[in-house]
Design a protein around this ligand. Sequence first.
Ligand SMILES: [Ca+2]
Ligand SMILES: [Ca+2]
Ligand SMILES: [Ca+2]
Length: 449
Amino acid sequence: MIAVGAAVLFAVLAVAEAGSTRKPYSSAQNQKGQTPYDILRKAKQEPQSAKTRENAEIGPIVAKARLRPTPIPRGQAIGYFARQQQGTTLVKPPELRDVPADAPPDPVYFALEIDDRKVHGIVYRSTHRTKKAKLRLDTDGDGLLSNEREYIGTWLSIFRLSRVYEFGPVSIKHTGNGSRASRFYIGCNDGKWIILYATHYREGQVKLDGRPYKIALVDCNYNGRYNDVLAPPVKSSREPECDSIAIDLNGNSKFDFDRPGASELMPLSRLVKVNESYYQLDIADDGQLVEFRRAKPAFGTLDLGDESVNIRLWSDAGHQQLFSSKGKWRLPAGKYSAVELKLTETDSTGNRWLFDTEKARGGAGAGELGAFEVRPDETTIFKIGPPFQAKTSMEKHGRDARIAFYLEGQAGELYVPGAKKNGKDIPKPQFQLVSATGQTVHSGQFEFT
Ligand SMILES: [Ca+2]
Ligand SMILES: [Ca+2]
Ligand SMILES: [Ca+2]
């Protein structure tokens, strides 16, 4: 412990000394009034911020917003990116050392990823005569569930096709990051799926260029902080693994939401674009204060070849929905992940084929487009689209199996094989399951949802 303390002290002194002789901070971007310790602390907490600052000229604070905690009504889109889903398992994790006394022989287990640690949990129907659905979480990580709170499930009868129970709000204390405990709901669907729902978000108003905008922040990774910024690659277009921001851009007092990324609800990025202006956000850990600074990003070029492309990109430098018949765009320098891509190809006889990644698992971001960088005054080049390769995979879910069949483009991006030809759907591919003796066991048509 002494060694660590000494190392930190030494670093602070070194920075203070550099500051007094060469004054590297006085001319820099709006860091007036900060001590060298503040700067050091900030640089340690926000390595990505420093990176973004290199790629953009950051001006003074032009607006501040105060946000207040607000409950999320059930099913409202604002919580979309906080709705984390995962499968359960019948295998008891070695970290758990006990099971509740009234658990049946086959409870299901799951593990939540919170603050870079695993929080193990159990869901079961009590063997007691009440047969209640119950949940416990090993919140202190000691491997025991007997010293934890028991949550009783509420049956959500609105879901007719499956049996969904909701537990909580559960509460998890954070280790060491100074944040207050996080509260969220845990849903359990047919004992097979665990779904996390946020209970609250932060909402307020900001005035930019004289116009008021309603804004909101959601702590989607439940770590008690509201400033976790997108860092490509993302897990999927539904799980960006960061917090989210909503801005009521069209002023209808609602946060309009269509598909992931195509709306006023977005993964949180360091730079946001509001009416063609870019702003850098500085967000307090508890999400109750947001400072907007005018930002002038440096630009680079993305080149996807001479292709006709509709593309949706997530980035730490703001999100983009773009079209080009030449596959080229000027973009703010930053780290990017492609979320959706539509490609139009014309064959030798003049037929137009539309290939879409939307319903392919991983889709646009499955290959090289999943994480790439656009650098100032440089061109980032990818070859996409045909020649395609057929790609199949199989996943097992208990007694069920899921077989996927996609078309893989040159950059590893995945398209659904059911293309559109001259605006009309062509039939989805058929499949046959053949036994080792050559008999057809099952046949059908692929479905993409
Ligand atoms: Ca425990
Ligand atoms: Ca967070
Ligand atoms: Ca709106």
